[in-house]
Design a protein around this ligand. Sequence first.
Ligand SMILES: [Zn+2]
Length: 334
Amino acid sequence: MIPQFSNLLELQKYFNNELVCAKYLEQKKWNGKPVCPDCGCEKIYRFKTRLRHPELKDYKDFICSNKECKKIFSVLTDSIFEGSKISLQVWFSAMYLISAHKKGISSHQLASDLGITQKSSWFILHRIRCSYEPKPIEEKIDGLFQADETFIGGKNKNRHAHKKVDASQGRSTKDKTPVFGLQQTGGDIHTFVVKNTKAETLQPIIKSMIKSGAIIVTDEWNGYNGLSKDYGHILVNHNEKQYVNGAFSNNAIEGYWSLFKRGIFGIYHWVSAKHLHRYCNEFSYRYNRRKISDINKFELALLQSNNKRLTYNQLIAKPVVDLTEDVDYDVVQD
Ligand SMILES: [Zn+2]
């Protein structure tokens, strides 16, 4: 049986040593049947003694049986945990905390919560954000969308009139970094750090994701001019404080930007343009899973840490191996 947790305390109680964490990861990653990460071979042996990851007490490595390959690997290979000196117990708690906190958690806060250095905590958080990177969409999406841009950091003069911030004119020497967002009504948000908000930048993103014929609600920014050729294009006029046009509005994406900015400015205070895409991933990851429990968010994050080909259905599928028993692999002497 896969254990059920409902909060951080239960999670920490269950994952009380490194071997339990590693076994749990093996189950999540391979459903009990390890596969070679290099050649895909499924005939895998487990060493009797070889401990390539001494930090995982009693954890034995695998070796691929393919003579051309003979890859030695563990459950950590190619995951966000590979090569980390931080224990899996700490990683797991960090992954739970970042997915449970709506506006994120700062590296200082996480460091003091988990008793690690701020440097380690900063690194852990970025690795987790990397694993949140969304998969490329398999086919274009249809429906009703809201498209909008927001700006993080920088100068007022480059902003669309209704997005200007009072009293910030000319204070910053650095430009703001634009972030473009597409929100499907009742569905997911997709955000992109972009170099500018011109039509030539925004519209290829829209066209790569949204089926022609779908409806897109935007404000009157000229980056959206011409969308009506391929889409039902509805305008809301923000300059006249209009946020709704009949049944259509940009309220959902405006709400998302406000959550995003409260997190960026309130929790992280300042985010460099270089790392901004990872924070975008972090916020959209949580937002798009807002209807599932914190513990399921944690489990999904574990899957993404290992193998991006795994789906939600594989996660909720019943495991073939009882986690409370030691899995019986073929063994080979190191
Ligand atoms: Zn192999």
